[in-house]
Design a protein around this ligand. Structure first.
Ligand code: CP
Length: 342
């Protein structure tokens, strides 16, 4: 059974094949209704706009039936994911029952489960996603976990590919200020897929904001295998020089896990992505997964200026969602009948 949960389970050729399908689906609808008779349950433990709508619309447009569940917030029971616990807290149901039950009713499942933000060692276990994978009898899609957001990464690479051949182009992931310690899923997946695609990767971040070492090891190996550069720096605005893609994103510190970044105005000014910084690039595109806090993460002049592709990037969530669903669920075309010689 196929799942779509982590980029590391795929080669770049496999990911590009899904993106090829998304590019084709953006141009024209597939013949017939390939998901007719299939239902999918999209389970959200955290809020979402793009992921929720893209998977729901993608499923319906392919002829399937989407069911969206907000686990633990009003409509559906709070779920326990850890085995062997005495369930005397707020969770009323264990994923050990809920996931197989959903699998008896639906042909695919999606899960969004953010980190709790107290211990990275604990969050990194991705207990809820691991339980979905373990107990599911149908394909599982990771709609953002603690360590990655592979669906966003597909849309990101699609958006880059629509504008340039990624190989050997310069990709900057630039940390940005925020009022919260945000998850690392998006930046992890953004640099992982950029490195898989053969891009030179620069990560500009303040001291203490390195990404998870396991992700960085994969990114380093990918860059080395592709003959591409990997650079880490805390120098802004110099990090913007010569870049073709600027990916702005805030994330929380691993060394002070869960603690919001400094609100010192000078620190914020240094890291907010500005038009002046973008002007140092090679006419780079500006990318962000959204939602984005204007004026804090990035200046209005960037989001409203010639660099920004964030709306196209968000639209590509829909096309890549369709491609992921077809990759996991579309019935293979029947092989042509063999002719027998007489
Ligand atoms: N980028 C993204 O995943 O958006 P949502 O959180 O709104 O789904």
């Amino acid at each position: 059974m196929k799942h779509f949960t982590h980029l590391k389970d795929f080669t770049i050729d496999e990911l590009n094949a899904i993106i090829d399908s998304a590019i084709a689906l953006k141009k024209s609808a597939p013949a017939g209704l390939p998901l007719a008779g299939k239902s999918l349950a999209f389970c959200f433990m955290n809020p979402s706009l793009r992921t929720q709508v893209s998977f729901s619309v993608a499923t319906a447009s392919l002829g399937g039936h989407p069911v969206t569940l907000s686990l633990g917030s009003g409509g559906t029971w709070g779920m326990e994911s850890v085995e062997g616990v005495v369930m005397d807290g707020t969770a009323a149901e264990h994923l050990k029952e809920a996931v197989p039950v959903l699998g008896r009713m639906c042909q695919g499942l999606g899960l969004r489960s953010f980190p709790a933000g107290k211990s990275w060692a604990e969050d990194k276990k991705e207990n809820a996603l691991a339980a979905f994978i373990k107990y599911s009898t149908v394909p599982v899609i990771n709609m953002e976990s603690a360590s990655g957001h592979p669906c966003q990464a597909l849309a990101d690479l699609m958006t880059i590919r629509e504008r340039m051949e990624p190989k050997k182009k310069n990709f900057l992931l630039s940390w940005a200020p925020h009022v919260k310690a945000l998850p690392m899923a998006v930046p992890n997946s953004a640099v992982e897929i950029a490195s898989m695609a053969g891009m030179n990767v620069t990560i500009a971040r303040p001291e203490g904001y390195d990404l998870d070492p396991e992700v960085m090891a994969r990114v380093g190996n990918n860059c080395a295998a592709n003959g591409a550069r990997l650079s880490l720096t805390d120098k802004v605005p110099q990090s913007f020089d010569g870049q073709h893609v600027v990916y702005g994103k805030s994330w929380g510190s691993l060394s002070e896990y869960g603690k919001p970044p400094s609100s010192d105005p000078a620190f914020r000014k240094k890291w907010t992505i500005s038009a002046a910084k973008m002007q140092r690039t090679e006419k780079a595109i500006f990318m962000h997964c959204l939602p984005v806090r204007r004026g804090l993460v990035v200046e209005d002049a960037v989001l409203d200026g010639p660099w920004s592709v964030v709306i196209d990037e968000a639209e590509n969530r829909l096309h890549t969602a369709k491609a992921v669903l077809l990759h996991l669920l579309a019935s293979p075309k029947p092989a042509p009948a063999r002719r027998h010689r007489k």
